[in-house]
Design a protein around this ligand. Structure first.
Ligand SMILES: *Cc1c(COP(=O)(O)O)cnc(C)c1O
Length: 361
């Protein structure tokens, strides 16, 4: 079988040049006689890889020396806990916006540590199809931070404008949009992301944090979750996910080769536009998210009934389009169109929608 257009929400499609580069260097990395998998993380060879990844991310996102970049394990899910433990003490007020499953999980995990974590807004009333408007007036007194989920992978919504919260720290789960849209990192005191959606493979997550905002963690916090200790050890307090960090580095080089985030964002917007336009003009499918909160990374849509959904999934498969089934929490269909999904893939999906509609008039 030829390579397919894989619309999976994560782990998701990777750019072919990145896969080919891994393949070329897999057994004998740049003629050094061994694979990246076999390198000591304490070796000069490996340090070159991890430090280059960090420098490239700094360059791509315009991150200043006020911030630290960490490459950690445990996925975005472990950061739900770590963020609370590193940005607040357990009796501080911290605030959460609940815009979907992951936002809710972030809040639930924070509550295990924090006595005063609060959900200050939610879009559950309309099945998470929109992003609530937040301003400073709804925050808790002396709130240490507001946690938001920049792009809601499961529901297909995103913040098209950041909440205006003055000096309060903004903390964001950017798992499914990091490097897919340009952000001014200075507006955030912490941003984190699991790599397997838009910037690599499962096994590593990225944390970008303003160093001055970190607390000295409480004494029962495990060392491995202590960001200050991780910073001091260049993310190598213990063995880091060496291969995943290497792949992340290749993804960053690919982003640079594509013209950076600005260029990718404009392509992503174009991809999203042709897909939403097709759905909006369809008599069979409708988009889930409210227009002003539509995600440019995960496009959710539904057919009138489950049978049509399933027959479209089968039809799409015959055209080399896979993984368009919606998350079980939502049902319907979801096309994840991260950076690695070329516009040709989206055009193929759009044509499949149109062909399907003609056949099912
Ligand atoms: C996928 C995802 C997560 C969970 O990531 P893991 O790396 O599996 O823990 C968290 N938040 C968002 C927004 C996601 O898309």
């Amino acid at each position: 079988m030829d390579r397919v257009y894989n619309f999976s929400a994560g782990p998701s499609m990777m750019p072919l040049p990145v896969l080919e580069s891994i393949q070329k260097d897999l057994v004998n990395y740049k003629g050094m006689g061994l694979s990246v998998m076999e390198m000591s993380h304490r070796s000069k060879m490996y340090e070159d890889i991890i430090f280059a990844s960090r420098e490239n991310l700094k360059k791509i996102m315009g991150i200043s020396d006020d911030y630290a970049i960490l490459f950690l394990q445990g996925g975005a899910t472990l950061q739900f806990s770590s963020v609370a433990m590193n940005m607040s003490l357990s009796n501080d007020n911290i605030d959460y916006v609940i815009t979907g499953e992951f936002a809710k999980k972030a809040y639930e995990e924070a509550k295990k540590y924090s006595k005063n974590a609060k959900a200050i807004a939610s879009s559950e009333d309309k099945k998470y199809t929109y992003i609530p408007t937040i301003d400073k007036s709804v925050l808790s007194a002396n709130s240490k931070y507001l946690h938001i989920t920049l792009n809601n992978t499961i529901y297909g919504t995103m913040y098209n404008a950041l909440p205006n919260i003055g000096d309060t720290s903004l903390v964001a789960d950017a798992s499914s949009i990091i490097l897919g849209k340009e952000y001014d990192i200075n507006k955030f005191d912490l941003m984190y992301a699991g790599a397997q959606k838009n910037i690599g493979i499962a096994g590593v997550s990225v944390v970008i944090v303003k160093k001055s905002k970190l607390v000295d963690v409480e004494s029962n916090v495990p060392s491995i979750l202590d960001f200050k200790k991780q910073i001091k050890n260049d993310s190598m307090l213990n063995t880091p996910p060496t291969f995943a960090i290497y792949v992340l580095g290749l993804m960053l080089e690919w982003v640079i080769s594509q013209g950076g985030v600005k260029t990718l964002e404009s392509i992503n917007k174009e991809k999203a536009k042709i897909l939403y336009d097709t759905i909006d003009n369809s008599k069979i499918f409708t988009a889930n998210a409210s227009v002003e909160s539509r995600s440019i990374m995960n496009v959710n849509f539904v057919a009138k009934d489950e049978n049509i959904t399933n027959s479209f999934i089968d039809f799409a498969k015959t055209k080399g389009i896979i993984n368009i089934k919606g998350h079980k929490a939502v049902g319907g269909l979801r096309a994840s169109i991260y950076n690695a999904m070329p516009i040709e893939g989206v055009k193929k999906l759009v044509n499949a929608i149109k062909d399907f509609e003609l056949k099912n008039k």
